[in-house]
Design a binder for this molecule. Structure first.
Ligand code: ASP
Length: 364
């Protein structure tokens, strides 16, 4: 009996040890699997993606009503794609985006990317100024790690809200090995775009972000990523621009051209302290003779003037219809007015030399 009892005790000790060993191995396996997942840090800034309506059928809503954890937790199976953690950098509608938040966001982004425990960053943002913030970040990010921005056209409380799907696909793009070194990408509605190329084209439709001149960088369906094309312009580490030590950006105003355009807004911008002007020109960056005289006068006074176009597609060409060499102006090439404004703000942190700034418009 004694023998049998000790045999039972030994057997149960072995069983306990075996169980402990199996549990330890399983825990180690799970930990390893967890660490193999890309570690994505979510920086939230507000927008419709974090917006709430009074009821699911209400048209109106308040942007930036939910915090980062609520956004992350609303996405089914996100934890299977990546290890997610989040923080709130701002909580505003992106129509209120400004230089101060840009600098804060860019500095935080660089700090997070420099940390060894982050592999990639996802930024949630309103869609109104997403094309500007993303281009700004792509020019001042000092890391090759993937950065993907997402927004949504419908608030979080809407029937068929597009935010959770955009976050899921955005994380998939951020975790994609080819996303390294591509600068900031913008992922919405099953497509993703280079920040430099993407524009918002529709006031309310979920299919609003397009790269009109070049097409999307790729597509992403239910987390499956397919790349279409590389980016040939300078960005990220290769860029000469940086936010370190900057606490403000030079004032650059955009002035919209139209039939019968007067010089008044140009003169007013200059007398109010603008260091740079972007003209959203008609056609190939044109404006009335009166406006052209006003920008020539501004350029002579040291204000850098960039001619862009109010048209959605095409390039604004140097010395084509306007003699930029003679008048001392810059042609924006592919960049639309808001993106030209971003590049000019950063360019003016380096130089006011028109030739150098024109070269930047060819390079970035
Ligand atoms: N007005 C909102 C914003 O830009 C629109 C959106 O997010 O879709 O914050």
């Amino acid at each position: 009996m004694k023998l049998a009892a000790s045999a039972v005790a030994t057997t149960s000790r072995v069983a306990t040890l075996t169980l402990a060993l199996v549990t330890a191995l399983a825990t180690a396996g799970a930990a390893q699997a967890a660490t193999e997942l890309t570690r994505v840090r979510v920086l939230a800034t507000g927008g419709t993606i974090a917006g709430a309506q009074a009821s699911a059928t209400d048209y109106g809503y308040k942007s930036g009503a939910y915090d980062v954890n609520t956004l992350i937790n609303a996405v089914p199976n996100l934890g299977k794609l990546a290890q997610i953690s989040g923080e709130q950098v701002a909580n505003i509608g992106s129509q209120d985006m400004n230089d101060e938040v840009w600098l804060k966001l860019a500095k935080r982004l660089n700090a997070v990317l420099a940390s060894a425990d982050t592999d990639a960053v996802l930024i949630t943002h309103g869609t109104d100024t997403l094309e500007e913030t993303s281009y700004f970040l792509s020019l001042v990010t000092k890391s090759d790690k993937p950065v993907v921005m997402v927004g949504s056209m419908r608030p979080a409380t809407a029937t068929s809200a597009d935010g959770p799907g955009n976050i899921y696909n955005g994380v998939a793009v951020a975790a994609s090995p080819q996303a390294k070194g591509r600068g900031t990408l913008v992922a919405l509605n099953d497509e993703f775009h280079y920040a430099r190329n993407v524009v918002k084209t529709d006031t309310t439709s979920v299919q609003t972000f397009r790269s009109l001149n070049r097409g999307p960088a790729g597509v992403v369906h239910t987390g499956k990523v397919q790349w279409f094309q590389p980016m040939d312009r300078k960005l990220g580490i290769a860029s000469e621009f940086a936010v370190d030590g900057l606490d403000k950006l030079p004032r650059v105003d955009i002035i919209y051209a139209h039939a019968n355009m007067s010089p008044d807004l140009i003169d007013s911008a200059v007398s109010n302290g603008a260091k740079g002007l972007v003209i959203a020109g008609v056609g190939d960056g044109n404006m009335t003779s009166a406006a052209l005289d006003a920008v020539t006068k501004a350029a002579k006074a040291g204000v850098v003037v960039v001619r862009s176009t109010r048209l959605p597609m095409g390039l604004t060409l140097r010395n084509n219809e306007v003699d930029d060499d003679k008048l001392g102006l810059v042609a924006s090439g592919e960049l639309n007015p808001p993106k030209s404004r971003v590049l000019l703000q950063l360019a003016l942190t380096k130089t006011t030399d028109v030739k150098r700034i024109q070269a930047m418009f060819y390079e970035y």
